[in-house]
Design a protein around this ligand. Structure first.
Ligand code: GAP
Length: 517
């Protein structure tokens, strides 16, 4: 299936099975804002727990906080967000569509890359096993021409972005003859900077309301609480503060479903270290974080590191962990070495000392920070996109059939166990309820007695339930049930007493954490 169709299918599936709904749908929706449904919220909570346990529970020197979304407006001056948290935007005068100017240029660059990829495919077809890709890339005239075009445009773009040169960004669009993807028109406005922060008012107008912002990242809530936590928790360097919470950005071009939203959730951890040790910790957290992703068991080739060539002025190293979404490799998490920029800025703007006294050396200094920052919604999307499968299956009579199955890692699955009485009579529902009443303390269970057993299995496959158990007449006689495994579809008869142990062994979060620690 084409990637585009796959993505459409994923969005439809997420809606049909209660994972994600368009916000305010009955009012025709609100652009780039989404609600999580009854299944979605469970998956989201499980991802949060996996992250929180891996960061806070498993580390003696990391603690969590939950800071408010509203913060003193001066914080955003100190952090640089009021002046520099901008996207360069451009409007097409004919179509009236608005774009991120750098995205238009990046997409144009991708076209040259697509041509190179096409040439490679042709070369491979022509020369078969003798094809030497490295040599081809170094010598083929078409490839060299397209590569030099990419380098030239990319070079100009990076320079223009670094210098905040909006005229040059527009000039690149003109020189490259980039057309509006919708209308084909090249009738562009000038490029303008657009601040991504949402503003609101604190207090009523009569009281002299002041302008405040919805936080565009959770990190600043951690920085401004650095001293509170360090002192009250008697924390010694190196130590970390973790937080999960909402962030808001008025994205110009919000698309790709929950990948780029205006209201989203971040899971961030700021790790405070002694200056000079930050690169060691940076490497440590790069490894820890990729291991966290890999522990979920999604295909490893879907992850890759991307090194930032253009560093923010306060950073001395930055990598993204990218994931191969249905629309290509994109940022999932950022790992940044942020020096002492944030704490030093808050020290300056607040006038309060934000230093650490090192009892060993007797020195006081502003700690350096290594940050890990992951989007919860993007993690959710990575799981859905890698786990939604259309599977061909062989029926007992030899005919083939298909099933839609969400092979979510069992520890993260919304429902762990479906309890299904074979028929709605003969005391089977009562027995099924009794089993749930016992197991619901440990697992999220679902009871289902409607439709044939086959249809019920399919429904559970589609929401990703790792185990279904069926209660039949034999259950009443010998206290055994059949347990069906979502992935193998294999069934086994087991004693009810063994149920909790079998399910727990597969779905316990410990299973994932043990792969990392
Ligand atoms: N404190 C650092 C920071 O906020 P960022 O790269 O801007 O860094 C971190 O954001 C992560 O937040 C991203 O890697 C991404 O997963 C997520 N994220 C950022 N903008 C988002 C959006 N509009 N919608 C969904 N997730 C977003």
């Amino acid at each position: 299936m084409a990637q585009d169709d796959l993505f459409k299918k994923l969005i439809a599936h997420a809606k049909e099975y209660g994972y994600i709904f368009q916000s305010s749908e009955i009012y025709d929706g609100l652009s780039a804002v989404y609600d999580y449904g009854q299944m979605g919220v469970e998956l989201k909570n499980n991802i949060k727990k996996f992250w929180w346990d891996a960061m806070v529970k498993m580390h003696e020197n990391i603690v969590g906080i939950d800071a408010a979304i509203f913060m003193h407006p001066e914080i955003w001056n100190a952090s640089g967000h009021t002046s520099a948290f901008n996207d360069p935007l451009i409007d097409n005068k004919d179509s009236k569509k608005r774009y991120r100017a750098d995205d238009l240029i990046e997409e144009h660059i991708q076209k040259y890359q697509a041509k190179i990829n096409k040439d490679i495919a042709k070369g491979r077809k022509k020369f078969g096993d003798d094809f030497d890709e490295k040599q081809f890339l170094e010598t083929n005239p078409n490839v060299l021409r397209n590569k030099s075009k990419i380098d030239e445009i990319q070079g100009r773009l990076v320079k223009a972005l670094e210098a905040d040169d909006l005229n040059e960004i527009k000039q690149i669009i003109v020189d490259c003859e980039i057309a509006d993807p919708v209308s084909g028109s090249k009738n562009w406005t000038d490029v303008r900077q657009f601040n991504l922060m949402f503003e609101t008012q604190l207090g009523s107008v009569a009281d002299g309301a002041s302008k405040i912002y919805l936080r565009p990242e959770t990190a600043q809530g951690i920085f401004v609480n650095y001293l509170n936590v360090q002192k009250t928790g008697r924390m010694k360097l190196p130590f970390g503060i973790a937080q999960i919470g909402k962030a808001f950005r008025n994205e110009i071009v919000a698309r790709q479903f929950i990948f780029r939203m205006r209201e989203f959730e971040q899971m961030e951890m700021q790790f405070f270290v002694k200056p000079g040790t930050e690169m060691e910790w940076f490497e440590h957290w790069k490894e820890m974080r990729i291991n966290w992703h890999k522990a979920m068991g999604l295909p490893e080739e879907k992850y890759r590191f991307h090194k930032h060539d253009k560093l923010a002025h306060y950073a001395n190293a930055a990598y993204d962990i990218e994931f191969e979404f249905p629309f290509g490799f994109k940022e999932l998490e950022g790992i940044h070495s942020r020096t002492d920029f944030d704490l030093a800025q808050h020290q300056k703007f607040s006038g309060k000392k934000l230093q650490y006294f090192d009892p060993e050396s007797g020195e006081s200094f502003v700690p350096y920070v290594v940050e890990t920052s992951i989007g919860l919604d993007r993690t959710f999307l990575s799981i859905l996109s890698a786990c939604l499968k259309d599977e061909e299956i062989k029926k007992e009579n030899g005919e083939s059939d298909t099933r839609v199955v969400l092979q979510i890692p069992p520890a993260l699955a919304p429902i762990k166990l479906a309890v299904l009485p074979l028929v709605k009579k003969d005391g089977l529902p009562k027995k099924a309820r009794a089993i749930i009443d016992e197991l619901k303390f440990d697992f999220t269970c679902q009871y289902d007695e409607k439709d044939s057993i086959g249809r019920r299995y399919r429904r559970q496959d589609a929401i990703g339930t790792p185990y279904c158990i069926t209660i039949d007449h034999q259950t009443l006689e010998d206290n055994t049930v059949t347990i069906r495994n979502r992935d193998t579809m294999g069934q086994e008869r087991i004693k009810i007493d063994e149920l909790a142990g079998i399910v727990d062994d597969k779905v316990n979060m410990k299973k994932l954490l043990k792969k990392i620690f």
